[in-house]
Ligand binder design. Structure first.
Ligand code: TXA
Ligand code: MG
Length: 363
């Protein structure tokens, strides 16, 4: 304890403040934005809410500030950051619009949960792009995020505000769990509506490709610009080298081992019930992810309801929160059903498979 305290005082520990803002009364909180904006302009880190997940923000044009993000997260330095803007016109300052598809995409989906990859201009330091000549850019719809960007000079580099490898935070308290003592300020703007990170679309290639599935689906993008490919492994065993460096890392992992149970609803439920029985006999605590339809059947274990089978957006919104809650409750194993691999379900299954290290049990 004493050793930790001394280490903490020597290495980083600063006091981490949490300041609440109400996104429906943003003008009452100008002081908070001024303070946060000044911190970012001076090279510090500030965590803030977006409609997807909380971001860990720094001045994207300041190489030393970007470097701080990597050390606070424990993130490999080859994994580039997303630059967040609050005004569509600011895109021209940092990137080239090489394709006519760029304007169509921006018109259709910004502000919102879509990140685009473009060739970068000189102004963006390599520290922000992990050494790449391209840059990821997003204009969030969350008003708190946009206000902060405005007060910070217009360009905030921000990965998700979790320690590298952990589930992305969808509440300020989860940011605090991971970032306490490492950053001066967290802006608490409540929960993130979407709950999974933005879709990433690479627009630097002839046929654009989705590098990470998210809130905006491939089908929605194809309606606007035609054919789009999907940069995901075709099978679980494929030797796959993703174009988004971050997609190769183990991610979203809760502390307990997670298994995806795939099959007909009834068989999945039976498997879960049997596992709960077995778990009880050998003194293991089992966490169950399920939908409201199964609520009355699952009477033991640590059961988390994540919305309904019909509305997968609710599942997306609560997935990362429940993975973190299982950590707090000290479960030994987690079982989750698989979800339909269409629409937002593609993003849910992508995160779930990563969290499970691809452990899927067919029933
Ligand atoms: O919703 C989101 O996108 C959140 C919020 C805070 O905006 N941010 C987020 O950032 O998820 P992060 O750093 O956790 O994920 C960014 C992903 C990584 O997989 C990274 O490798 C990829 O974007 N990326 C960034 N720049 C890239 C580039 N130039 N080329 C390819 N992939 C890139
Ligand atoms: Mg992340």
């Amino acid at each position: 304890m004493l050793r930790e305290f001394i280490l903490c005082s020597i290495i980083f520990c600063m006091e981490t403040q949490i300041k609440k803002v109400d996104k429906n009364n943003i003008s009452d909180y100008i002081k908070v934005f001024q303070e946060a904006g000044d911190l970012i302009k001076s090279g510090e880190l500030v965590a803030f809410p977006t409609e997807t997940v909380y971001g860990l923000g720094a001045d994207a044009l300041n190489p030393l500030a970007s470097k701080k993000i990597y050390s606070a997260k424990g993130r490999p330095s080859d994994n580039p950051l997303i630059v967040h803007i609050s005004d569509k016109n600011d895109l021209d300052t940092i990137a080239y619009k090489d394709s006519e598809k760029v304007d169509k995409i921006i018109e259709a989906f910004w502000p919102g949960p879509l990140t685009i990859i473009l060739n970068k201009k000189e102004l963006v330091p390599m520290e922000t792009t992990g050494g790449l000549s391209t840059v990821a850019i997003r204009m969030p719809s969350n008003i708190v995020a946009r206000k902060l960007i405005e007060f910070s000079g217009g360009f905030i580099a921000a990965p998700s505000a979790n320690t590298s490898g952990r589930p992305s935070p969808t509440l300020a308290k989860f940011v605090f769990e991971d970032m306490e003592g490492k950053i001066p300020l967290i802006i608490d703007g409540g929960s993130c509506e979407i709950g999974l990170e933005s879709t990433i679309l690479d627009l630097t290639t002839e046929v654009p490709s989705v590098l990470r599935p998210g809130g905006i689906t491939r089908e929605q993008i194809e309606e606007v610009i035609g054919k789009v490919s999907l940069d995901l492994p075709k099978s679980e065993n494929e030797d796959f080298h993703p174009k988004a460096p971050g997609m190769k890392y183990k991610h979203y992992a809760p502390k307990a081992e997670l298994y995806i149970i795939d099959g007909e609803d009834k068989k999945v439920l039976d498997y879960m019930l049997k596992s709960l029985d077995k778990g009880e006999k050998v003194g293991k605590k089992i966490g169950i992810i399920t939908t409201i339809e199964n609520k009355d059947y699952l009477k033991s274990g640590v059961v988390k309801i994540v919305g309904t089978k019909e509305d997968e957006s609710l599942v997306a919104a609560s997935l990362f929160r429940v993975l973190r809650e299982f950590d707090d409750e000290g479960v030994d194993f987690i079982l989750s059903p698989s979800f339909a691999n269409v629409g937002i379900g593609v993003a849910i299954m992508n995160r779930l498979k990563k969290a499970a290290g691809n452990k899927i049990i067919q029933v």
